[in-house]
Ligand binder design. Structure first.
Ligand code: GRF
Length: 203
């Protein structure tokens, strides 16, 4: 059993912060060895530094191609000796190469109830479609986008006067509650991948 995790982020880092806070509170017994981003100067890196966590940027723009980018990230992850990779607002699609390097050890959080509204504009798409509920989905990462087997979901209402910001904030509250719980189950090895669609939470 290993509690060593890395968190990958591309922006604000509030999901990362929820994990940092849960570790500080003792409800998440993870060792966040590394926070890594594909962009320099983002808030997630600042949050990591503030918490005393190693923060590394592998700028995608400075890499010749996706393979070089991912090889550099894998090298950092190996150096940090992590067992699990937690995607928290990481806005890059990962190739089969990366996914297989950490097979069944990568999880992601997406701000909609998958399989509805995958992609980069979930809240906009939910509001345009007119659904009455939305939420977040935590899932294992496989080779498809927003696709792997689902670990947990949290639902919230969509209100008539919602904007992307108000809906996003309501969904984020769920994210910040559920992601630390899901990561704790992951490191406790309580998430059994039954088949390519189903995850059982062990008691
Ligand atoms: C979250 O809504 C998450 O579901 C999605 O990206 C957003 C990240 O927010 N994958 P933050 O950067 O953690 O604040």
């Amino acid at each position: 059993m290993s509690n060593r995790i890395a968190v990958l982020a591309s922006g604000r880092g509030s999901d990362l912060q929820s994990l940092i806070d849960a570790v500080a509170a003792g409800s998440l017994k993870a060792d966040i060895r590394l926070v890594m981003s594909d962009k320099p100067g983002i808030m997630a890196l600042e949050r990591a530094e503030k918490a005393g966590i190693k923060a590394v940027c592998v700028p995608r723009k400075e890499c010749a191609n996706q393979q070089e980018f991912e090889e550099k990230m894998v090298a950092e992850l190996r150096k940090a000796d992590v067992e699990y990779v937690i995607l928290a607002g990481f806005m890059r699609i990962l190739s089969p190469y990366f996914v297989n390097e950490f097979k069944h050890k990568i999880v992601n959080i997406h701000p909609s109830l998958l399989p509805s509204f995958g992609g980069a504009h979930a809240h906009r798409d939910v509001l345009a479609y007119g659904t009455k509920v939305s939420g977040c989905t935590i899932h294992f990462v496989d080779e498809g986008m927003d696709h792997g087997p689902i670990i947990m979901q949290g639902a919230v209402p969509v209100l008539d006067d919602d904007t992307e910001d108000t809906l996003g904030a309501r969904v984020l509250e769920q994210e910040h509650k559920l992601y630390p719980q899901a990561v704790q189950l992951l490191i406790e090895e309580k998430l059994e991948i039954v088949d390519e669609r189903h995850v059982k939470i062990l008691k």
